[in-house]
Design a protein around this ligand. Sequence first.
Ligand code: GCU
Length: 608
Amino acid sequence: MYKRYSLLLITLIFTFNAFSQTGFTQNIYARNYVNLDGRWHYIVDLYETGFRGFHGARADEEEKLSGFFENKQQQSKSELIEYNFEKSPTLNVPGDWNSQDDKLLYYEGTIWYQRSFNVHPQPGKRYFLRFNAVNYEAYVSLNDIKLGVHAGGFTPFEFEVTKQLNDGNNFIVVKVNNTRKKENIPTDNFDWWNYGGITRDVLLVETPSTFIKDYKIQLAKNDLKNMEGFIQLDGTDLSQQIKINIPEAGLQTTVTTDATGKAHFTIPVKQLTYWTPENPKLYTVHITSTTDSVNEAIGFRTIETKGVDILLNGRSIFLRGVCSHEENPFIPGRPRATSDIIMLLTWAKELNCNFVRLAHYPHNENTSRLADSMGLLLWEEVPVYWTIDWTNDSTLRNAQHQITDLIQRDKNRASTIIWSIGNETPNSPEREKFMEAMADSAHALDNTRLVSAALLAHTANDTITINDALGKKLDIVSFNEYYGWYTKEMPWEINKFNFNITYNKPVIISELGAGALGGFHADSATRFSEEYQQRFYQDQIQMISKISNLRGTTPWLLVDFRSPKRMNPEYQDGWNRKGLISETGQKKKAFYVLQDFYTNKEKEYSNK
Ligand code: GCU
């Protein structure tokens, strides 16, 4: 059959649905791996030319892909090929494409990534290609063989490539598309920059033929005296003896996995230093099977609610928090290194926080690991944000897949205490059904942590009411409010408001905030001045202190961030300016108002 290697190529059919991967390996950075980060070639493909043609699929070559996946090299001077990865420019991986080339700042669509690498696979070993995040949809192939597709910009996915890997030169081609769509999670309207690309690490992981794929080890629900968990093997030799050993705590146990490679265990606790933000004690846990072993630093603490209190290790706590996007303002773009994340968490510490709301999507796995060691409690969230396509079943499956992956990834993090199933989702029966299903999924996946969502408040006659029916499914009632910014009332007028919260549960104000251009000074009535933001925080703190069951706040937000929705040329210029720190790293006046509030809260709760 005559083959034209031109762009008029046949349409490819990826018969995979976007969620075909079966889970991913726990604690990936503790495994043997080759890091495939670095400079990857890229081709901007606005019309998806490398992915379609007008003759339809060639069923007989489904396994062997064509289009740009082929990574064709011109063999003779007369051969027509209208793309060439090797001669194409490169982008940093990990990294979003928007911050790496001015031409791509606003780009939404398809970009093809390609890189080659050399490896010598060892007999008896297995190999997995792991992506820690690609925004938004990724079609992945290795050596022109399809591996699969993944949708969702903030959670990891991996493919086994033991069979596809060459001994020597290999090449990966990834078609990435970040087009916003109504049916996606997030949907097509959100207040952050739609950074596209391979935004987190890419690893080639080597494992034994039967390896320890997954495990959980934490204190049992509300139980300081028992650890519990499971081990899941993956491979052919599934029934093995597993030793779990925590030498520093003098704890160990041995279990045997069943025919499916799974074993559950409970370990009675003798003497243990429980993890707290003030003393983020981590223990090295050694898990050893006949064919594999893995170690991990894990902290042990319980988190629960009791009436209107939140108890950490049985003691009432106030969550002194702040919201943060996953963006390094100095790039500006998605963090490219762990130091970017340490910078953000250190700023939160300087604010005297013991808690951070990671908005509005799963942040890098390293963030929760750093929070474990730096001593910060975390609220982690999936981007069920604003007006989702509530009645679309695949949208619900997508959302449930994302919360499942987030919990799968961070279930051993002491820092993570709250799973959030969404943000500011307007009430409707369809939304109700969707969000209740999400709450049920989160509770079913993890009974040792709390579930919440950022709800909306309603106002009538100077009363702020939170009576969202979804509240009955949540452990903590959290809501966003912007009285004094998005309301007709000015900050000094908001103290007239009272609260009517229809749940006898702990309350978190998950957002409050006002914009300020760093360095712009005027009187406190002048919008976007630091003085206005400062006054706003002073009045807000007075107002919210009326809430008797207030047990936490995460103001919006730590540092200014990029948003295409913020185009006031004088004050915003593509930035949401509600940060307490400016995009140049300057602390605004309001930063110190909140810091003082937290110093007092810390004192108030230190004797509880
Ligand atoms: C919303 C939303 C944020 C947004 C913020 C704002 O409530 O949750 O994502 O950036 O308010 O308006 O600044």
